[in-house]
Write a protein that binds this ligand. Structure first.
Ligand code: SIN
Ligand code: CO
Length: 373
């Protein structure tokens, strides 16, 4: 399964011309798409423990309210038939059978993938005009949604005062489209958009991507570096007279040097910290000390909550799984981490790679394909 690009566009042309740059409407991107999740099933999913659903309602004055789930069943007996939306994040993790639908988006780096969010809205309902910080592919899964976007160069992104939902105060559409099942709208970060359900069976899938911020980098890198920081201190053996309270340029320069030296990273450190940063959100499952399941070459599958990335270094690689690093061969890293399910030949595994596979099975990061129904 892959995306059908419009007008003979290739995947590389999409990346060159649109990815992170400008919106693209991809009509009939997944021809014949039929949703495997009905609105009723979605409501049922929002009752399940451990899920992160939200209901957004709009009152008579047009104000939006946000409720966090999981919800009690009777929430739907009083909700009425208009002016609300249900949105559930991380659907592919809680219901791994949905993972197959992520496949058309695997041309993007695995570690950029965030989640599949599914929303339902009755006729005319919406969550209001807003911007998102991340790239998103909006796939119409059932029914119809009218999307309006502001594709202008400098859109007005003033936020409605005191709104928890951070809605846009002055949204003005430059484009309006009606999306039907199988249609996809790609939006880069920061494009104002507003989607309104048309009819009563509108479900929309958001395949969202993540990107670390400088705050994440500083936060994570500094926390790890602090654990092993060789202490250096400001020194002024060439002090000149007449100081008072002044911080002289040479003192400032030395503080800058102290900062730069402290944050300097070797290639190995950069790889280790980046791998941790990009996969730390993954969740391990089983007890690390539990016995590894017997594996004899059966097809394997990543746990749906696992986060996986690798860095190649010639013939070897650093594989990162849920924040942990494993030094392995580059062929092993590619074979196990480039796809969500894979088959690998037991006899071809080297003595370096085999214990890693055993460990990943033991922690539950990897499971047998057949164990998931
Ligand atoms: C929705 O599905 O209702 C909203 C998705 C979005 O605008 O990001
Ligand atoms: Co959005």
């Amino acid at each position: 399964m892959h995306l059908h690009w419009p007008n003979g566009l290739t995947t590389q042309q999409f990346l060159d011309e649109y990815w992170q740059k400008k919106p693209l409407l991809i009509q009939n991107a997944l021809p014949g798409f039929e949703t495997p999740v009905t609105p009723d099933e979605l409501a049922g999913m929002s009752l399940e423990e451990g899920t992160t659903p939200r209901i957004i309602t709009q009152d008579a004055s047009g104000d939006y309210q946000l409720e966090h789930g999981p919800f009690a069943e009777d929430r739907y007996t009083t909700i009425g038939d208009k002016d609300w939306s249900l949105l559930i994040t991380d659907c592919e993790k809680h219901w791994p059978e949905l993972m197959d639908w992520i496949e058309p988006f695997r041309f993007l780096p695995r570690w950029r993938m965030d989640d599949l969010m599914i929303s339902f809205a009755p006729d005319k309902a919406s969550v209001g005009a807003h911007i998102d910080e991340y790239d998103v592919f909006l796939l119409q899964a059932s029914g119809t949604r009218r999307w309006q976007i502001d594709a202008s160069t400098n859109p007005d992104v003033t936020i409605v005062e005191n709104s928890t939902l951070r809605l846009l105060a002055n949204f003005k559409a430059t484009d309006t489209w009606e999306l039907n099942p199988g249609d996809v709208l790609y939006l880069p970060p920061g494009v104002p958009h507003h989607g309104v359900a048309v009819g009563n069976d509108c479900t929309t899938w958001s395949i969202g991507f993540r990107a670390p911020s400088n705050l994440d980098v500083l936060d994570v890198f500094s926390e790890i570096l602090l654990d092993n920081l060789p202490l250096q201190r400001f020194q002024d053996p060439a002090l000149s007279a007449n100081n008072g309270a002044q911080v002289k340029p040479e003192a400032l320069a030395q503080l800058r040097t102290l900062w730069q030296q402290t944050t300097q990273l070797s290639d190995e450190e950069l790889i280790r910290l980046s791998g941790f940063l990009l996969t730390r959100g993954g969740i391990g499952v089983d007890d690390e000390n539990s016995p590894a399941p017997q594996w004899q070459g059966e097809p394997l599958l990543w746990h749906s909550f696992a986060q996986v990335a690798y860095v190649l270094q010639g013939e070897s690689a650093e594989l990162f799984v849920n924040g942990d690093a494993y030094h392995c061969s580059s062929s092993f890293a590619k074979a196990v981490a480039d796809s969500n399910t894979f088959t690998i030949n037991n006899d071809e595994l080297s003595d370096i790679d085999r214990p890693i596979l055993t460990k990943l099975l033991q922690t539950g990061a990897l499971t047998f394909v057949d164990s998931i129904d």
